[in-house]
Design a protein around this ligand. Structure first.
Ligand code: SF4
Ligand code: SF4
Ligand code: SF4
Length: 453
């Protein structure tokens, strides 16, 4: 925007930006170019400014200013790409709207690419030219990450996951203690003295992982999964070391960190002799580990990688668990996490389960791959500097929920749960927010014969 002051960025980012040398910027640009495939580079030249992506974005819908347009955010990337990587941009930048990646451009990128996008992918669905806008924004975030210019919160979340083995820095002892306590709960609840949440059990068919928010804040979500595994007679285990299914490298655009984090889980699954790595209700954890990891790591998965939802559907179909919907009589709707549904392809499993586990299931509109992001994705929940925008952008989701008249909102994603809890309070929705497994576990009929043999 000509003549406009560049946006203000956090002080520590400003200091790091000032300290960055021309060589640093040159290296970051080269790394950015290397990550763009031939098709992506071609697409960066193909935006025809039709504006059709505008109505797709919850940021723009909730606050219709030009900076929130997907095409504007993409345009910031295109300008730099043209300047440095196209002949016309090098020779006559003014003619083609090309711009140097200088300090002001970097400030704009931080504000727009981290602060006005949840990488939800909805705009990519509506783009006339088929431009993968969110994926290009992620690649551009990677350039900022290579300059160590990641907003606070997201920066520390990624670094904690790398250094401590999980994004909340939970100690091994605390994790084991929580699991022991949940084993007690499971025994009380099932009346089975042998029931437990197994830890590091080699030869188990399934290695189950969690979002660290579960042991830290929502242990009943993990207990719900354990109740389902127990009822199905599954051979499963947790790992005391590698249990974190999240991968915030997806959001910082750092493929090396992403490969490291996903690689740990896969290695542990192989070391324990598991046939399958099962991911919890975590949208971006699913997308990262199921779909992106083979690309990051450079090889096919050594074990099956599936969502707990897919596995639970199998149990119902195989008659290994039975559900009584009367146990969940409240009107229940479903929020589709972008990373699981639009970007992950798991859409029907949660519906299959909710229709059998609750008596009054209603869809919100739009739904499935057309659903709006709750606003918590793309690392937004961790980046406190952009919290006000996140809550505003979530207004679209709040309205969707209100229109259903539901008392319960189910969502298979712990990121979404945190954002929905905040939206619930801010927009006074008066709903309960639950995972799908929690609803399924409450509907379990436990008086079935033992099917473990
Ligand atoms: S990916 Fe989502 S948040 Fe980002 S620009 Fe597109 S629609 Fe908006
Ligand atoms: S829909 Fe695609 S081509 Fe049209 S303005 Fe948006 S990004 Fe450009
Ligand atoms: S927080 Fe939920 S809705 Fe938002 S991008 Fe992540 S998965 Fe999608």
């Amino acid at each position: 925007m000509a003549g406009k002051q560049p946006p203000k960025i956090e002080d520590f980012l400003e200091k790091r930006l000032i300290a960055a040398t021309n060589e640093d910027l040159e290296k970051a640009r080269a790394a950015f170019r290397a990550k763009l495939g031939r098709d992506e580079a071609a697409l960066l030249n193909s935006c025809i400014h039709c504006g059709l992506c505008a109505e797709a974005c919850h940021y723009y819908l909730s606050d219709p200013q030009p900076e929130n347009l997907p095409a504007y955010k993409l345009g910031l990337v295109i300008k730099v790409f043209k300047r440095h990587f196209t002949p016309s941009g090098r020779l006559a930048p003014g003619w083609v709207g090309a711009k140097d990646l200088d300090a002001d451009r970097v400030r704009e990128w931080i504000d727009a690419l981290f602060g006005r996008c949840s990488l939800c992918g909805r705009c990519s669905l509506s783009c006339t030219m088929g431009i993968g806008i969110s994926s290009l924004i992620r690649t551009a975030r990677g350039l900022l990450t290579s300059l160590d210019l990641v907003p606070s919160g997201l920066d520390s979340t990624v670094k904690t996951a790398v250094e401590k083995g999980n994004n909340m820095g939970i100690d091994r002892e605390d994790w084991v203690e929580t699991v022991d306590w949940l084993s007690e709960e499971l025994r009380t609840e099932t009346g089975d003295p042998e029931a437990s949440l197994p830890m590091d059990k080699t030869g188990s068919r399934v290695l189950y992982t969690v979002n660290p928010r579960e042991p830290k804040f929502f242990p009943l979500s993990l207990l719900a999964a354990a109740r389902i595994f127990h009822a199905a007679g599954e051979s499963w285990t947790l790992s005391s070391a590698d249990f974190d299914a999240t991968n915030y490298g997806l959001y910082s655009g750092d493929d090396e960190v992403s490969a490291l984090l996903s690689g740990r889980l896969l290695k542990t699954a192989v070391a324990l002799g598991a046939e399958a790595l099962i991911l919890p209700e975590c949208g971006h954890g699913f997308n990262s580990n199921r779909w992106e990891a083979p690309e990051w790591i450079g090889r096919a998965h050594p074990v099956d990688v599936r969502s707990i939802l897919e596995v639970t559907v199998d149990y119902v179909k195989q008659g290994r668990i039975r559900l009584d919907p009367a146990r969940n009589p409240k009107k229940t709707t479903l929020h589709d996490p972008c990373n699981l549904v639009r970007l992950g392809g798991v859409a029907e499993e949660q519906r299959f389960l909710l229709k059998r586990a609750a008596t009054d299931f209603v869809e919100m509109t739009p739904n499935r791959e057309k659903n709006y992001c709750c606003g918590g994705g793309g690392g937004q929940l961790s980046m406190t500097a952009f919290a006000d925008r996140r809550i505003k952008a979530g207004g679209i989701k709040a309205e969707q929920i209100r229109k259903t008249g539901a008392q319960v909102v189910a969502t298979p994603c712990h990121n979404c749960i945190d954002q929905l809890l905040e939206l619930n309070k801010f927009y006074k929705l008066g709903v309960e927010i639950r995972t799908v497994s929690e609803i399924v576990a409450d509907a379990l009929i436990l008086d079935t014969p033992d099917r473990r043999d």
